[in-house]
Design a protein. Structure first.
Length: 375
């Protein structure tokens, strides 16, 4: 059921209600990983959490995110769940090593269905390493696929996507600097673009339990109140692993025996409840969300945000494609969209029920401040 108090705490924990972050890197690091297959959406998600003092307008906020990609402080990759995420650059390598093994092995098993074999993937990797190694900022995905096409690797019909995502899930490549012509990230080699000393061996002395504890702490700090099952679903790490490492974090998290979801204990960062109290009415403010924002995608159960009878409007057909949501007073009350050609965009809200006039005015105002990528 919809729980506005739980949502309020998560809105503060994630920075949406209070916008506390000074840089795009700060946002990505606090969230640990932000689902990023919708590139304009994840750029907006990061921008929406930046402090108004450093990003006083939507355009400045978007520019700050793109600059962080250019500077190499944030990147995108496939660190877990077989899905692309935006992360702080220093976190991509160790999270990928910790969490991406199973999805990568699943990709290997499906390879034959695409008409690919190991030799082709190895050859594609060699071509990428040669081409990206010759450029300080990598190359666009379109240029990479064109190179593979010229070399007889036929990236169409999902083969190029399979190979590139596999190379990212196995730590070879990443999406790095912003390419304004392609309106996307260029593909770079992880060994030259990511910071040194960021593997599990280097950062955690090879101890995967210590790495799992870091992931759990960062998830609960940036997403909590949340449960261990939430963290296991989000990361796809075994629940037994997270239960094993939790005792090492008890001094760094808060909980309350009365605070549970479906019988599971909730955990959050120290001082969060005081932060929520200090935020006051900011937790009730109307937010326009991108389709894949972590306030929705960061937890397996969305009924804290939206009544079950309206879930299909948020995720039509339960097909994994989330609509852009209107969040007001701790619950999602509808979806929003833009129509029309660039330069003449129209804004529309589709309420689950008839929305009051004040909510529509708030939504129109929020749309004027929304950090759109491009026109």
């Amino acid at each position: 059921m919809v729980d506005p108090s739980l949502v309020a705490r998560r809105l503060v924990a994630q920075g949406l209600a209070i916008r506390p972050f000074g840089t795009a890197h700060d946002v990505a690091r606090a969230q640990l990983a932000m689902q990023g297959q919708d590139l304009p959406g994840v750029i907006a998600s990061i921008a929406l959490r930046l402090s108004p003092e450093v990003a006083p307008s939507a355009q400045v906020a978007v520019a700050a995110v793109l600059a962080a990609f250019d500077e190499g402080t944030i990147v995108r990759g496939y660190p877990m769940r077989g899905t692309v995420f935006a992360v702080a650059a220093e976190d991509l390598r160790w999270i990928t090593e910790l969490c991406a093994g199973a999805p990568a092995r699943a990709q290997e098993r499906r390879r034959g269905q695409l008409g690919l074999d190991d030799e082709q993937v190895d050859r594609a990797r060699t071509l990428l390493e040669s081409a990206a190694g010759e450029r300080t900022r990598g190359l666009s995905r379109e240029d990479l696929f064109a190179l593979w096409e010229r070399e007889g690797l036929a990236p169409a019909r999902g083969r190029g996507y399979h190979v590139l995502s596999y190379l990212m899930a196995t730590g070879v490549a990443a999406y790095g600097p912003w390419n304004p012509q392609a309106q996307s990230n260029d593909v770079v080699l992880a060994e030259t673009w990511l910071p040194l000393g960021t593997s599990i061996a280097e950062r955690f002395g090879g101890d995967t339990d210590t790495a799992a504890a870091e992931l759990l702490l960062r998830y609960l700090t940036g997403h909590g109140p949340a449960t261990l099952r939430d963290a296991a679903w989000w990361s796809k790490l075994p629940l037994t692993t997270l239960r094993r490492v939790l005792p090492s974090l008890r001094g760094e998290l808060e909980t309350d025996p009365a605070a549970t979801v479906a019988g599971e204990e909730l955990w959050w960062r120290p001082g969060l409840l005081d932060e929520v109290a200090a935020a006051g009415s900011a937790v009730d403010r109307l937010h326009l969300l991108p389709g894949f924002d972590e306030i929705v995608l960061g937890y397996p159960d969305r009924t804290a945000l939206v009544p079950e009878e309206h879930l299909d409007a948020l995720v039509p057909g339960n097909n994994g494609v989330f609509q852009r949501a209107v969040l007001r007073r701790g619950r999602i009350v509808g979806t929003w969209r833009r129509t029309g050609p660039p330069g003449r965009r129209a804004f529309a809200v589709d309420g689950f029920r008839t929305l009051p006039a004040i909510a529509l005015r708030e939504a129109t105002s929020a749309h004027g401040r929304f950090p759109h990528l491009g026109s």
